[in-house]
Design a protein around this ligand. Structure first.
Ligand SMILES: [Zn+2]
Length: 97
């Protein structure tokens, strides 16, 4: 089967990514029909997998709020930067415990 790449823009941070239909379907199934970019997916999965369990829906909403906050401060590149920082911080704090 031929895989056609489509450009999707993230419903949370607005970043654009080229993806195949199969991948898009998988992401949508994960996040209640929403399309999220790779970075946001990671962040949401992290949120949803924390020790105090949250539903994916809740984690998506929390993350979208976080992205909106970052977007008010600057362009999409800054959003990605902010998310990377957040993930790095969390990764380093969990490894020290
Ligand atoms: Zn995103």
């Amino acid at each position: 089967m031929e895989e056609v790449a489509v450009t999707m823009s993230c419903e949370s941070c607005g970043m654009e990514e080229e993806c195949t239909g199969k991948y898009i379907g998988g992401v949508r199934a994960c996040f209640g029909g929403r399309w999220l970019c790779g970075l946001c997916s990671e962040a949401v999965k992290y949120e949803a997998g924390k020790s105090s369990p949250r539903s994916v829906e809740e984690a998506v909403r929390a993350h979208m709020t976080f992205c909106r906050m970052l977007k008010r401060r600057g362009p999409a590149e800054r959003v990605a930067e902010g998310m990377c920082q957040m993930l790095r911080r969390r990764a380093s704090s969990s490894s020290t415990s």
